[in-house]
Design a binder for this molecule. Structure first.
Ligand code: MN
Length: 129
């Protein structure tokens, strides 16, 4: 079975590498983007099965890129999971209302991150380590 591809959109190099390593170790193919513009470009040339999206990214933020994803028929149903350092009350509801499929707060739980992300994939078996 072909590995599921996940797009990680994150501007911080350390956080991006951490998410990449964890997801790759769990068996996913990982592609990266660092901004709204970069994410848009990756989504034009690739067809990932899920997006992990930092909310604070250059070019308008993760919510702006999410709006583009939802507005494009080709990506409208793509699962998008928000990752944010904002641990403010009401954030989860705000992000889910914005159209994100799920929400993971930073710092990420390295032991559970992959299975949490995998749980948002459509029609894919979750592979435990
Ligand atoms: Mn960021």
């Amino acid at each position: 079975m072909k590995r599921s591809q996940i797009l990680v959109v994150e501007d911080n190099a350390i956080n991006r590498q951490l998410a990449h390593d964890i997801l790759e170790h769990a068996g996913f193919e990982v592609i990266e983007a660092t901004s709204v513009d970069d994410g848009r470009a990756r989504l034009r040339e690739q067809t990932p099965q899920l997006v992990v999206m930092d909310i604070q990214i250059p070019g308008g933020g993760g919510e702006a890129l999410l709006r583009e994803i939802r507005a494009d028929a080709r990506t409208a149903d793509l699962p998008v999971v928000a990752v944010t350092a904002f641990a403010m009350e009401g954030d989860r509801e705000r992000l889910l209302a914005a159209g994100f499929d799920g929400y993971v707060s930073k710092p990420i739980d390295t032991l559970r991150f992959a299975s949490t992300i995998a749980s948002f994939l459509k029609n894919v078996e979750v592979k435990d380590e």
